[in-house]
Design a protein around this ligand. Structure first.
Ligand SMILES: C[S@@+](CC[C@H](N)C(=O)[O-])C[C@H]1O[C@@H](n2cnc3c(N)ncnc32)[C@H](O)[C@@H]1O
Length: 254
């Protein structure tokens, strides 16, 4: 599996200049879904990260986002995941040269081993919808970030909630787990009603569905792991419903 120069060029997107500086084969080799670097860059351009900050990367998968954050922003990252063993991520972190700043942790989202208020910020890329849709979860999750700290997520989502079930053109590709995809307005209300975070932003990534489709096409053409069903769904939908939801909140107090 290797990219042609043309494919590599198509993955260099002008609005993700930081991502473009990282080896695309590295991102493809360790992918777990959409391009983790693009999602991370799109999220943190709306957050305040400063060198030395302690950041929780929740559901980091293969820790691509954690390594990216450590390299690009000089932050310390606790790379927390469930499906990927910490030892595997440790090898990746060492190989990437950020062993002094990225700390792999294996922990389930409802049993986090951190001190309350420990983190300056928390992020989660393409993961929070797996564990964060319960009404009370944000109240649990937010407590690990200090008062005044930010919490940001990017998740696969919808422009608006379906009012009358799954649209007919999406039915052939619909997976029941897509039931955890929600709109920015849904996420805003979901977090705000708890009073545990003040939502500063809830929107969709402007070109999110096109970038998701481009990524899947390159994965397919270059022989990397991808979901043909997701690609068919994005083609059928053409940006009508599917998007990436981006939500950033801040823990009250300072
Ligand atoms: C689709 S992968 C995304 C990984 C990575 N953030 C990325 O963008 O490549 C979703 C991740 O969420 C994590 N996850 C799902 N449920 C979880 C839970 N209950 N506790 C902790 N992590 C969880 C999985 O371990 C998995 O790595």
């Amino acid at each position: 599996m290797s990219l042609t120069p043309e494919q590599a060029q198509r993955l260099r997107l002008p609005h993700y200049p930081r991502s473009a500086g990282h080896d695309p084969e590295w991102a493809l080799t360790h992918l777990m879904g959409p391009n983790a670097l693009w999602l991370t860059e799109a999220l943190v351009e709306t957050m305040e990260l400063r060198p030395g900050m302690r950041v929780l990367d929740m559901g980091c998968g293969t820790a691509l986002s954690s390594i990216f954050l450590a390299k690009e922003f000089g932050v310390q990252v606790w790379a927390n995941d469930l499906w990927i063993p910490a030892s595997e991520n440790w090898a990746r972190v060492q190989a990437a040269g950020v062993a002094d700043r990225v700390f792999p942790i294996h922990a389930e989202a409802h049993a986090l081993p951190y001190a309350e208020g420990f983190f300056d910020a928390a992020v989660s890329l393409d993961a929070y919808h797996y564990f964060g849709t319960a009404d009370l979860y944000i109240g649990y999750f937010a407590r690990f970030t200090r008062p005044g700290g930010q919490i940001g997520i990017v998740v696969p989502g919808l422009h608006a909630e379906f009012e009358a079930g799954v649209p007919a053109h999406l039915a052939p590709y619909w997976d029941w787990e897509f039931g955890s995809f929600h709109s920015p307005a849904w996420w805003r209300q979901h977090w705000e009603k708890t009073g545990q975070v003040a939502v500063e932003r809830a929107d969709t990534l402007p070109e999110g569905w096109r970038e998701w489709k481009l990524w899947l096409e390159i994965c397919r053409d270059a022989g990397y792991r991808h979901s043909p069903n997701d690609l068919a769904l994005l083609e059928a939908d053409a940006g009508q419903h599917f998007a990436f939801a981006r939500v950033v909140g801040r823990r009250p107090g300072a």
